[in-house]
Structures are given as C-alpha cells and as structure tokens.
Design a protein around this ligand. Structure first.
Ligand SMILES: *[C@@H]1O[C@H](CO)[C@@H](O)[C@H](O)[C@H]1NC(C)=O
Ligand SMILES: *[C@@H]1O[C@H](CO)[C@@H](O)[C@H](O)[C@H]1NC(C)=O
Ligand SMILES: *[C@@H]1O[C@H](CO)[C@@H](O)[C@H](O)[C@H]1NC(C)=O
Length: 301
C-alpha cells in the first residue's frame, strides 16, 4: 500500500524512506483549514452537537485529494453519478468534521484547531485528526468504531497514550508522529492484532517509558521510533521488517532486542534498520548480528 513506492527526498539522508513517507503524508494528508473550530469547554459537546447535518460543498477539492485512501479498489466507489446533486452529509458526522458522502467510511477532522477528539461513528474505517491541538484521547471515542483501520493523529500535542482500553481491534495503521508521547504501556498494542504500521517518530520516548514487550507485536511490519530519546534498542518481534531508530541516543547494539534465540531456524525478518544519528559505531555490531539479521538489506549506523 502506502509503503510500496519509494522516492527521493531533500534531507541529508539519501535513503531516508521514513522521511519520504512523512513528506508524502504531509503532502497528502494536509488539507486546507476550512471549518473554523469553535471553542468549547468539553469534548462531549462536540459529540452532542453532531446531530445536525452540515452543508456539503460539491466544489470542495478535499474529498478528491490524491492521498485519498481507496486501498481496496471498488469497495467504496462514488455513491452518486457525477453531475447529479450530491446527497447531504450524513447526520452522524461530527459538526467539526467532514464526512464526504461519496466516501462513507472516511472522516476528516484535520487542521482545524481541535482540542478534543469527536466521537467516531461506527461506520468509519479511516479517521484523520492530524495537525490539531489534541493533548489526550478521551475514553470511549473509538468504542463504536470497531472497524477502524487507520487513525491519523500526527502533529498534535498528545502527551502519552490516553486510550484507556487500547486501540480498535481491526486497526492496521497508527500515525502518532510529532506529538509528545514519552511512554507506551506493555499491553497497548495487544488489543490490535492486525496492526501493521506504527509511527511514533518525533516524540519524547525513553526506554524508561517502555515495557520490555511494548513493541513485540507479531503483526507489526514497520515501526518508526526515529527522533526520540531512546538509549537502547527496544525488543521487537522477529516478524518486523522495517525499524527506524535514527536520531535517538542509542549507545549499544543489543542483538537480543531482535533475536532471543539465534540458530538455523530462529532469526529476524528485519530488512531495513536505521540506526544513524545515534551514539554507536558500526564496530559495535556484535559478531552474531549477521546470523540473526540475515535478511537485512540495509543497516545504517
Ligand atoms: C454506539 O453504539 C450503540 C450500540 O449500537 C448505540 O446505542 C449508541 O447510540 C452509539 N453511540 C453513538 C455515539 O453513536
Ligand atoms: C517477543 O515475544 C515472544 C512471545 O510472544 C517471545 O518469545 C520473544 O522472545 C519476544 N522477543 C523479544 C525480542 O523479547
Ligand atoms: C526456534 O525455531 C523452532 C523451529 O522453527 C521453533 O519451534 C521455536 O519456537 C523457535 N524458538 C524461538 C524462541 O522462537
């Protein structure tokens, strides 16, 4: 999907794939700030006010942005023929968000100074809350949206994970980069057994804030922890394929973070490991690293 393509970027690092992905995200997910958010004292009001339908502008370019997630072909095509009047926005759409009628499983609430998350209606699969001023996630906002696949929360002020009962069980992608997260508990990702991509770059993570198995989730394919304050490589599952740790303070190459057992049958599926911009040298690589990381095609130190 998103990560299948590769491109160049303008940063110092020539192959900074994550940077590129971030650029793509910023380019695609950023939208014009249109709905001006009105100050409210409590998030709950946002939910209560959701009952009114809002005017849908057919000339709004927003629903046709290139980054629009139509990942599964014809599953959700336009609900009306081009040229006919569009149906009104569904009544369950929170007032401060946009729910394009022709893409009924997406909700756009990005770039509008939100301080609280609105309640997510049950039909949603893709929700965009990026570039707001959200500092915590209230209990229950995702409770009805059991089919949520993507949550975009990057570019907010989230201090730590404040999702009490974890994340939706169908979740595949979680974007939390550019927040202030310093700690993630042991079981945080356990309720989402289909989680593939987690992006937590540019936060305040330290090893003290992580449990030993926080990121040891067998479904994860890609984990971005770059630009945090980690001093050690956190333990990850052998199924992980891409691990981004550049721009931390890592000072040792602990092979046990990748392989608890190393032999002919037990090894890591890691392909890309970024450790540049840390406090280790290439000579810190232990002799058994090639055996454990035998599928790696890129290790940058
Ligand atoms: C959540 O789902 C329950 C059960 O279907 C329903 O009664 C409730 O109204 C829903 N809540 C919201 C805020 O949509
Ligand atoms: C990850 O968890 C599995 C059990 O699910 C365990 O066997 C493995 O040793 C753990 N990996 C690391 C690096 O701690
Ligand atoms: C090592 O590999 C064997 C054979 O595939 C497997 O049965 C065993 O569980 C693996 N051990 C660990 C710790 O992953």
């Amino acid at each position: 999907m998103l990560l299948a393509a590769r491109g160049t970027d303008n940063s110092l690092h020539e192959r900074d794939n994550m940077q590129w992905v971030s650029l793509l995200l910023l380019a695609g997910l950023c939208s014009l700030s249109r709905a001006q958010y009105e100050e409210d004292t409590h998030w709950w009001f946002h939910y209560l006010r959701n009952q009114q339908s809002t005017y849908y502008d057919p000339y709004d370019p927003y629903p046709y942005e290139p980054y629009e997630p139509y990942p599964y072909g014809g599953e959700e095509g336009p609900a009306y023929a081009y040229g006919s009047p569009p149906p009104p926005e569904p009544r369950d759409c929170p007032q401060e968000c946009d729910c394009p009628p022709n893409f009924p499983t997406a909700m756009y609430c990005d770039n509008r100074n939100l301080k609280y998350l609105p309640f997510v209606p049950s039909r949603m699969k893709y929700v965009y809350f990026q570039n707001n001023q959200i500092s915590s996630i209230q209990e229950g906002v995702f409770d009805n949206a059991t089919g949520l696949l993507w949550i975009a929360l990057h570019g907010n002020q989230i201090i730590s994970d404040k999702v009490p009962d974890g994340l939706p069980s169908a979740l595949e992608q979680l974007y939390l980069e550019h927040n202030n997260v310093y700690s993630v508990p042991d079981s945080y990702f356990r309720g989402s057994p289909k989680l593939l991509y987690v992006r937590l770059s540019h936060n305040s993570l330290t090893n003290n804030g992580l449990a030993s198995n926080t990121f040891n989730s067998s479904s994860l394919l890609e984990l971005d922890l770059s630009y945090n304050q980690l001093q050690k490589i956190p333990p990850v599952n052998t199924n992980l394929e891409n691990l981004y740790l550049q721009g931390n303070r890592i000072n040792e190459f602990s092979i046990s973070s990748f392989c608890t057992v190393v032999d002919v049958m037990n090894f890591s599926k890691l392909q890309v490991l970024r450790l540049d911009g840390n406090e280790i040298k290439r000579s810190a690589m232990p002799p058994d690293a090639p055996l454990c990381l035998r599928l790696a095609s890129l290790i940058e130190i």
